[in-house]
Ligand binder design. Structure first.
Ligand SMILES: Nc1ncnc2c1ncn2[C@@H]1O[C@H](COP(=O)(O)OP(=O)(O)OP(=O)(O)O)[C@@H](O)[C@H]1O
Ligand SMILES: [Mg+2]
Length: 480
């Protein structure tokens, strides 16, 4: 249909009188009607321009109209066909419908009959077109949304591979609740999205809710929805998170902060999968999955009776723990490479090299903010970097947070700045002292270079040198 009002029809029948008369009538009704009297002529006309409808006789001389129907449906699946026949035996009718005819009229028929049949087809075509447009729009929206969503999960370490494998298992059980634990910035929400978008729920809503960010008075209506007029401010009916997430995923962030009275209601909703809006009595079934996350020790909260044990069990069907970045340092390099590349492209910056010493500095840093902190460091470095090589100075790490607690894998890897004059110590102070002395030595006692190597400012280095009583004697430029 060129526009949704003017329908384009081909009338294909071997009786010239019939096609002429019908075309005249349809044109009179405002349609764009064309006639053809043989199958080959009809196929040629159809190939020329976009027809919406074919009125087809079952007998076209020697050719069986049903064969034409089959061919047309294959070549032009969006076109509808009304079959007409003087020999309307039941078998032909059934075959025509099976082959995809939209309607069947027996000759002779009144003009009003074909007008009604065409009108019905036109409406069907219109609805189909609208549906297609909506689907196209939806898929464009969801595609652009998906692109915006952070769903890369980078990591080569066995710990992160385990997390990823657990996420894939969770994705293949789309009705089981998942609890994700881990420190802030370890990627809990990231993993929750990966589970959702890898599961059969992916074409439905993923709704992330931080219950600690919603005022307590609004919590219930936010989760369960409300009926218009049920409280001041309820100016219209509203769906809550449980309803919005029908067939999708409800991500409850910071679950440990959920008030106790709401915990009971959430437990019931998640067990029954039926909710009632605030101020209403109607029961609404909804099929949601809960993925929850916390960076608190939720079991401790259970012990202290601040979190319901029954809800904890309900949410904890599958448990995924994401370790802090300092426990899987092997991932620092791939993560840094990934984010440097990502932000270079995003900020339209030329590609930069990364000085090997940057990795050394980062490998000995504890990353209290985990991957989020590393990501922010990379973003900042790309924004501020003027040279074509990123150096330790572009990655100022928080002084005093260089690792003092080497994990087994940290112990296995070579120390970035091995202290040459002192044995390794697990004591933070002596470790820091050793690092500073080693950096000074590596930089021939140039304080600016040593500070850069350590990723701290020169002033901080001098302060720390004082603290550790490290002096450089001018005479031979060595420290004592
Ligand atoms: N393995 C990873 N690969 C790539 N990016 C990651 C990874 N883990 C985390 N990130 C990124 O780190 C940032 C923080 O992740 P996310 O928000 O998922 O952390 P979180 O555990 O939910 O933190 P919080 O407890 O503070 O809410 C995000 O930008 C996320 O994309
Ligand atoms: Mg989070």
């Amino acid at each position: 249909m060129n526009n949704l009002e003017k329908i384009r029809v081909l009338v294909l029948d071997d009786e010239k009188d019939f096609t002429e008369e019908l075309c005249e009538y349809l044109t009179h009704l405002g349609m764009d009607a064309v006639e053809a009297n043989t199958a080959s002529e009809g196929m040629k006309v159809l190939s020329r321009s976009g027809f919406d409808l074919l009125v087809l006789d079952v007998r076209l001389g020697a050719v069986n109209g049903l064969d034409v129907l089959k061919e047309v449906k294959k070549m032009y699946p969006g076109m509808e066909v009304i079959v007409v026949s003087a020999h309307g035996d039941m078998d032909t009718v059934i075959n025509a419908m099976r082959l995809g005819a939209f309607d069947y009229l027996r000759k002779p028929f009144r003009h009003i009959d074909i007008q009604i049949a065409i009108e019905r087809t036109r409406k069907f075509l219109w609805v189909q077109r609208k549906l297609r447009q909506a689907e196209e729009k939806n898929s464009l929206i969801s595609k652009s949304l998906e692109e915006k969503i952070d769903r890369q999960f980078i990591g080569v370490s066995s710990q992160i591979q385990e997390v990823f494998d657990a996420a894939m298992t969770a994705a293949s059980y789309p009705d089981s609740n998942v609890l994700i634990t881990g420190e802030s910035g370890t990627g809990k929400e990231n993993i929750a999205r990966i589970i959702h978008y890898s599961s059969t729920r992916k074409n439905h809503v993923f709704c992330a809710v931080n219950s600690s960010a919603i005022t307590e008075t609004l919590l219930e209506s936010e989760f369960f929805g409300h009926k218009k007029g049920s409280f001041t401010g309820a100016i219209e009916d509203k769906m809550g998170f449980f309803e919005v997430c029908n067939n999708g995923t409800l991500f409850l962030d910071e679950i440990a902060d959920m008030p106790l009275n709401l915990q009971a209601k959430i437990l019931r909703a998640s067990e029954e999968k039926i909710i009632t809006r605030v101020g209403d009595t109607k029961q609404i079934p909804t099929n949601f999955r809960i993925i929850s996350a916390t960076n608190h020790d939720i079991e401790q909260k259970v012990t202290r009776k601040e979190f319901r044990l029954d809800l904890f069990h309900r949410l904890n069907t599958l448990h995924i723990h994401i370790p802090p970045l300092r426990q899987h340092r092997d991932d620092i390099r791939p993560l840094l490479l990934y984010y440097v590349e990502l932000f270079s492209v995003q900020f339209n910056k030329p590609r930069v090299q990364i000085d090997e010493r940057v990795f050394d500095v980062l490998m000995s840093y504890d990353f209290p903010g985990n991957v989020r902190e590393l990501r922010n460091m990379a973003e900042r470095a790309i924004i501020l970097c003027k040279a074509d090589v990123l150096s330790p100075a572009d990655f100022p790490v928080r002084a005093g947070l260089q690792t003092s607690d080497p994990t087994p894998e940290a112990a296995r890897r070579p120390a970035p700045n091995p202290p040459t004059t002192e044995p390794e110590s697990s004591d933070l102070k002596s470790h820091e002292r050793a690092l500073i002395r080693s950096a000074l030595k590596q930089c021939s006692y140039n304080q600016t270079a040593a500070a850069e190597l350590l990723g701290i400012t020169r002033d901080t280095l001098i302060r720390k040198m004082k603290k550790h009583q490290i002096c450089i004697t001018r005479k031979d430029d060595s420290e004592s």
